[in-house]
Design a binder for this molecule. Structure first.
Ligand SMILES: *[C@@H]1O[C@H](CO)[C@@H](O)[C@H](O)[C@H]1NC(C)=O
Ligand SMILES: *[C@@H]1O[C@H](CO)[C@@H](O)[C@H](O)[C@H]1NC(C)=O
Length: 448
């Protein structure tokens, strides 16, 4: 009894007696003064000289100093054979392997309502099947963060009841002065009005939710369009003004999330944006600098491409609008960008949005992005990607949600949404667009 009581006291006072880091917490590294042992069920694993981390594992808790620096003893971490030998940075494995993707109940409800509104029974049944296809949840305002908590709790209990580990897919999307080169997706925060602090608070709230469910794996796409805008659109005053704030905020998101074991992919535009030969070098420079500044965590996995866009992963033939760009599809873009990242020491891997890429050769110009007419749902999410550089084909954009309004009186009106290849009339960005959904269903390729 006495020793049990003592152990209970020890458990209550970990900071004073047996200092321990939580799973995914830091447990060593140059300059680290915190706990060097890990919570039970995890093992302190050296990631680099500056960072050791408690990774889930069966080995007994151990101190950082007893882990040989030459080995990475858990199955989730392995040295990448393609990294230059001078700087072999450990990389985490494919996050989807061994996990089932949690289906967003919000998107499923949108699909169910959308399918119910279709009178043709065959088309309605096809539409309903989309509810089973995983998409990402866009945390595009602070008010949506509690939904993440709900989904994580739900995923955790599904994992417990089925024995099948669950993975939740999110998009971090709330930068101050968001969407600096366009208007349709302007956000809730401004740099002038405490934007960076508000953003850090947003990330803190996301972190607080994820921390509660260490059994659920989380994959996050980081801030669509933001870094790509810093590569090509600094001539836009709003982007030039936002540059340092974007970099500070993205750094905060990456460091906080990767320290928790969230697998992060920074948004990297698409083939028709950063895939142009003149943009590849500056893009590789910026992304690897951001990765370096964020501590080179193995959980900063790489880059997400084609988010909410319409490009093919591998086009049968180049769309005429791509003329002049040898990287006329996402695979060519990735194959061109990856070696330039590797040259900076980063063995980044990729995910590619194909949610609305089922039909090709639809656009008047490659830069058109708003509710493109005739688009169909594309290749289903899969880790059978055909390329070792690509971890998964994903659906980041929940197809059926609008890209931007065609109402020219709206404060978020972007003229791109009134071009001849844009479906009109279109409601506000993010809201349900039934007519567009029906086209995505009927034009799906492969068919639903
Ligand atoms: C942003 O950059 C892209 C790619 O260079 C360009 O096509 C687009 O027009 C720019 N946007 C603005 C608002 O200047
Ligand atoms: C267009 O936007 C304006 C301003 O927000 C609004 O008053 C008007 O009702 C909208 N028109 C339509 C057709 O939605």
């Amino acid at each position: 009894m006495k020793s049990a009581a003592f152990l209970a006291l020890v458990a209550l006072l970990p900071a004073f007696t047996v200092a321990q880091s939580a799973v995914w917490g830091q447990c060593g590294g140059i300059g680290w003064t915190g706990a060097t042992t890990c919570a039970s069920g995890s093992v302190c694993t050296e990631q680099n000289a500056y960072y050791s981390q408690c990774l889930p594992g069966t080995a007994a808790p151990t101190s950082a100093s007893s882990v040989p620096s030459s080995s990475h003893p858990t199955s989730t971490v392995s040295s990448s054979s393609s990294a230059p030998s001078t700087s072999s940075t450990p990389t985490a494995g494919n996050p989807w392997t061994g996990y089932q993707i949690y289906l967003s109940p919000y998107y499923a409800a949108e699909i169910q309502a959308g399918a119910a509104a279709i009178t043709d029974p065959t088309l309605s049944a096809k539409a309903l099947s989309v509810a089973q296809i995983p998409t990402f949840t866009w945390l595009d305002s602070v008010s949506k963060v509690p939904d993440l908590g709900t989904y994580l709790a739900d995923a955790s209990s599904i994992g417990t009841s089925t024995g099948q580990k669950q993975l939740v897919q999110i998009v971090i999307y709330d930068l101050p002065d968001r969407d600096c080169a366009a208007k349709a997706s302007n956000g809730e925060f401004t740099i002038a009005d405490n934007g960076q602090a508000n953003y850090e608070n947003y990330i803190d709230q996301v972190v607080a939710q994820i921390k509660q469910y260490p059994d659920v794996r989380v994959v996050a796409v980081i801030e669509p369009d933001s870094l790509a805008n810093l590569v090509t659109n600094l001539s836009v005053q709003k982007c030039a003004n936002a540059q340092t704030t974007y970099l500070a905020c993205v750094n905060y998101a990456l460091t906080q999330l990767s320290a928790l074991g969230v697998y992060t992919y920074m948004d990297a535009g698409h083939a028709g944006w950063l895939g142009w030969p003149a943009n590849l070098g500056p893009a590789a420079q910026l992304f690897s600098q951001v990765w370096t500044n964020a501590g080179k965590s193995p959980f900063i996995k790489g880059l997400a491409t084609n988010v909410a866009n319409y490009n093919a992963l591998s086009a049968a033939s180049p769309d005429p609008i791509t003329q002049g760009d040898p990287n006329y599809d996402e695979l060519l873009y990735i194959q061109a960008l990856a070696p330039q990242l590797q040259a900076q020491g980063w063995s980044a891997t990729f995910i590619v949005d194909q949610g609305r890429s089922g039909q090709q050769n639809l656009r008047q110009a490659w830069g058109d992005w708003c509710n493109i007419k005739g688009a169909g749902y594309g290749t289903r999410p899969t880790t059978s990607t055909g390329s070792p550089l690509i971890d998964s084909i994903v659906w980041v954009k929940p197809g059926g949600e609008c890209d931007g309004t065609s109402n020219s009186s709206s404060p978020r009106y972007d003229s791109t949404c009134s071009l001849s290849d844009a479906t009109q009339p279109a409601p506000e960005a993010g809201t349900w667009f039934q007519a567009y959904f029906e086209t995505l269903v009927s034009q799906a390729n492969p068919p639903l």
